[in-house]
Design a protein around this ligand. Sequence first.
Ligand code: SF4
Ligand code: SF4
Length: 176
Amino acid sequence: MILETNLSKMKRLARIRNDENLDFRAYLKELPFSSRKIDKVVQETLREVSEKIDCTQCANCCREMQPVLMPADIRRLARETRLPLQSFATRYLKKAPAGHSGMVFKRRPCPFLIDNRCSVYDARPRDCKSYPHLHRRDFVQRTLQAIGNYARCPIAFNTYEALKTRLARRILPQRS
Ligand code: SF4
Ligand code: SF4
């Protein structure tokens, strides 16, 4: 598997392949297979892709994304930074955009990204741990999220690309 990690190229390809990505989404939704079966292929693919990508060389999610912080995340980070909760919130946080609960960091890149590494790694928000969220169940119901991350996360990009081949190859022949 040859992986793409060039972020400028990924962004360009995301624009070019937008229709193709949406078509693949529609194809997945129509497959007469259980979400469990599709998730199994997604997880295998994700594992193979993730093993080959070094997030410490990328850190693009920490530059471009705004993780949502819930109260437990905020308490953990305040402890980690040895700040009173209120001071931590005033210094680093603002309300998440309308329609979302929780808080987000005031600025991007994340204030805790130092030398391309997370300086609060053990206390990082759950949303950061979970990103790009492909390990979660019911991939077919979350393909828009995967397409949204396709342009900015090499793991999301390469997993989605590999799935186009794998799911078509593994599942389509069984339909005939
Ligand atoms: S999760 Fe994706 S965007 Fe974040 S560092 Fe890893 S490869 Fe890069
Ligand atoms: S808390 Fe850490 S993992 Fe999360 S965005 Fe900031 S630097 Fe990245």
